[in-house]
Design a protein around this ligand. Structure first.
Ligand SMILES: Cc1cc2nc3c(=O)[nH]c(=O)nc-3n(C[C@H](O)[C@H](O)[C@H](O)COP(=O)(O)OP(=O)(O)OC[C@H]3O[C@@H](n4cnc5c(N)ncnc54)[C@H](O)[C@@H]3O)c2cc1C
Length: 414
């Protein structure tokens, strides 16, 4: 492999590590910079789903009527720190504008264009790193606990069907045959066969990062504070430890990409949609499939270290202290959905989903500097999209025509 070109990636979450690996495969000498260890941001604690069926955006028709009630309902998964409300207001206004049916169709197309290729992105990376044992393709079961709630999901299911996503529609008993641990209250379900989940998301990012280092990549544990900009764009990355020359620069710092992009002259409406998880001790209960309760707004996955329940979308400053009452709510919901899930969680966690108001990531060249590529804002599907994002960044960096149309993901679309 010739390494006469160099690239620097800021952020070693699943997206940044995947970008670094693809740049390396394209022959770049790559430096990956993170202020922490690989995978310790949002990529640490997600539900693990490689959800190729997640083309449905968060903002769906009718959301405008639902949001105010949800904000004042203490059991709702939607939370807004009131001190953050003014800052988040423009984001919410854009989010609502994107919930019109004609926008939703386009957003679903764009998300599907990436999600339908998620395995094309990951398979080579996972095979090379020998991480296949972390992938469990047992399918995903989505559940509803009333006919009315299921009827309310019809448009979302139709969006999937029209994009050729295959699923089986089930009554409550059929759902319990697939996952016997479900509560008797489950009335309807859909089962998406072959949908895989990651058995330890942190370990996946760490394994890929280790493989990157073994192949000659450099990992620096430093916090990026700014850039030195020359006539051709940024020529140095400034960190708490010093300065590093850059040729091609990739910003893949999850929700923290917003201030870095701003320093590079691009404003993006990126908000932290903070999610929580609780991990239960290994116990008698074992789940056959990954479960997502549409009406409880939680996902529950059996991982290597135990059962993990995730949920909540809390709009707050990413650096604000977590509110573990949200984790307690996830726990209550999980134990109601799965009555045999017992005991106190062994750990609780909060992490920020990096979310744009149009439910699409930014993947593309900076409009200001031709040596800068942005890759961030993957909201609820960043684990699923890490590999394909990396592949596309590799293609952009080498000047190839990207294998997915990147127009819907342009950084200057807002
Ligand atoms: C509760 C929950 C459940 C989820 N479930 C799923 C799921 O089932 N499936 C799915 O596909 N997605 C899921 N997601 C979303 C997914 O986890 C994220 O979209 C994804 O992890 C984002 O990855 P990232 O690499 O962009 O960001 P991150 O993982 O947050 O990585 C960003 C990195 O940048 C570093 N960084 C930031 N600023 C700087 C700086 N100035 N200098 C140096 N380093 C910096 C950080 O330290 C961090 O390591 C879930 C998220 C949550 C919170």
């Amino acid at each position: 492999m010739t390494q006469d070109r160099s690239a620097t990636v800021v952020g070693a979450g699943i997206v940044g590590v995947s970008c670094a690996l693809y740049l390396q495969r394209e022959g770049f000498k790559v430096t990956l910079i993170d202020r922490g260890g690989p995978g310790e941001g949002a990529s640490f604690g997600n539900a693990g789903n490689l959800g190729f069926a997640s083309c449905v955006p968060a903002g769906m028709p009718g959301i405008l009527k639902k949001v105010p009630g949800m904000l004042f309902d203490s059991d709702s998964p939607l939370k807004l720190r009131w001190g953050h409300a003014l800052k988040a207001l423009p984001w919410f206004m854009r989010f609502i504008a994107n919930s019109r049916p004609e926008r939703v169709e386009k957003i679903a197309d764009a998300r599907h264009s990436l999600l339908s290729r998620l395995h094309e992105g990951y398979d080579p990376l996972i095979a090379d790193a020998g991480a296949q044992d972390l992938i469990n393709p047992t399918g995903l079961l989505m559940t509803w606990e009333s006919e009315a709630a299921f009827a309310g999901a019809a448009y979302g299911l139709d969006l999937r069907r029209r994009r050729s996503i295959h699923f089986e529609t089930l009554d409550g008993n059929e759902a319990r045959q697939i996952e016997p641990a479900l509560s008797q209250s489950v009335a309807r379900g859909i089962y998406i066969p072959r949908l895989a989940h990651v058995l330890d998301p942190l370990r996946l990012t760490q394994t890929l990062a280790r493989h990157f280092a073994l192949r000659g990549g450099t990992i620096l544990r430093e916090a990026v504070t700014g850039f030195e900009i020359g006539p051709e764009g940024p020529r140095k990355v400034l960190t708490d430890r010093g300065a590093h020359d850059v040729a091609t620069l990739v910003v893949a710092a999850g929700v923290w990409s917003r201030p870095l992009a701003a320093q590079l002259g691009t404003d993006v409406p990126l908000e932290a949609e903070r999610g929580y998880h609780v991990m239960f001790h290994p116990q008698d209960l074992s789940l056959r499939v990954a479960v997502m309760s549409a009406d409880r707004y939680i996902a529950v996955t059996h991982m290597k270290e135990g059962i993990r329940a995730t949920g909540v979308a809390e709009f707050a400053d990413p650096a604000a202290p977590p509110n573990m009452a949200n984790a307690a709510m996830v726990r209550r919901q999980a134990q109601a959905l799965l009555p045999r899930l017992k005991g106190e969680p062994k750990t609780e966690w909060m992490g920020p989903r990096p979310s744009h108001p149009d439910s699409k990531p930014v993947i593309g060249r900076s409009p200001r500097h031709k040596n800068v590529i942005f890759a961030f804002g993957h909201d609820h599907i960043g684990l699923a999209l890490g590999g394909i994002t990396g592949k596309l960044v590799g293609e952009l960096a080498t000047g190839k025509t990207p294998s997915v149309d990147l127009a819907p993901f342009r950084p200057d679309r807002f």
